[in-house]
Ligand binder design. Sequence first.
Ligand code: PLP
Length: 362
Amino acid sequence: MSAQTPRSYLEPLIVRGRISKPQPTGLPVVNLGFNELPYGPTPKVAAALEATMPRSFAYGGPYCDALRDGLAAANGLDAGDIICGNGSEELLDVIARNYAREGDEILISAYGYIQFEMCARRQGATIVKAPEADFMTDVDALLTAVTPRTKLLFLANPNNPTGTVLPLSEMARLADSLPGHIMLVLDLAYGEFVDAGYCPAIHHLAKGRANVIVTRTFSKAYGLAGLRVGWAHAPRDVLPGLYAARGMGSVNAMAQAAAEAALQDMDVVNARVAEVVSERERLSGVLAQRGLRVLPSATNFLMLTTGDAARTEALVVHLFDDAGLVVARTREAGLEDWMRFSVGTPAQNDLLLESVARFLER
Ligand SMILES: Cc1ncc(COP(=O)(O)O)c(C=O)c1O
């Protein structure tokens, strides 16, 4: 690890290391470390993948026209205001490349999504972190941290790794109060897990504003993380710059077909989201009853602490050794006592609860 590489950047690699190790007692390894959905493709997605496979020699359309039409129809937007990317991660990076250079500042919330910091680093831009109030983004702190050099404000809402969400009124206050020269990027990777009205309300908030971009993904609620499809709703004059910085073949043909099909399978997608939300509440209730602190989450994952860094570390190791469960140990400054794990299937969640109980009894 180089002197300038904080350990938190290596967290995905550390989790991957555990996934690729055999579980000591031979149990199947279940990865709850990446905030993925625990279900396979929906029926229409599976059929679309199969139907596209024989044409694997053909490029996908560079502008994802059919997918943008589907997204526009599903979200009450104009397809001309949408760009798709190789996961929303690519779009976040493309946005940073368009708006920040060395010497510029990118503003985030203290425990904001780690990739925002990576985007800033790739540009040589300075990351500025506004303090949070009890693991919740603080709009006043963000506004106070604005300087003439601030070019971008990245805000994941709900946030990863904390899982907390700002109410719409606070999002509106932020958009209204932020100086117009700063591009506000609202990352809704987990927006579907808040409630059915949240994403539409954020798109509505962004409409007509020249300095707000909303990013979404098929990786979480739609369970297509491995296919890499994200999208952004952006002011129309911003889009040419984003296309110019994005690869032409960035969303492959099978990924486009799968995402289009997922939009036709919303009953299944919504039922899965509802199950995750109900399981999330069950898990957080039981874990809190057992004396662990669990942050209120509006996502498909939970962040919890035993109250002590060494004990949390021991729990992370125990879950793997005892039940084959891989969870993410948060290592960002201020989060050393915490761990984060995805909500799994009901059976996986039972496994986690039983293993936690054994840990607490030992
Ligand atoms: C807050 C947030 N934004 C964006 C992403 C990137 O997702 P993807 O590139 O799979 O769309 C993630 C992934 O974990 C995330 O947690």
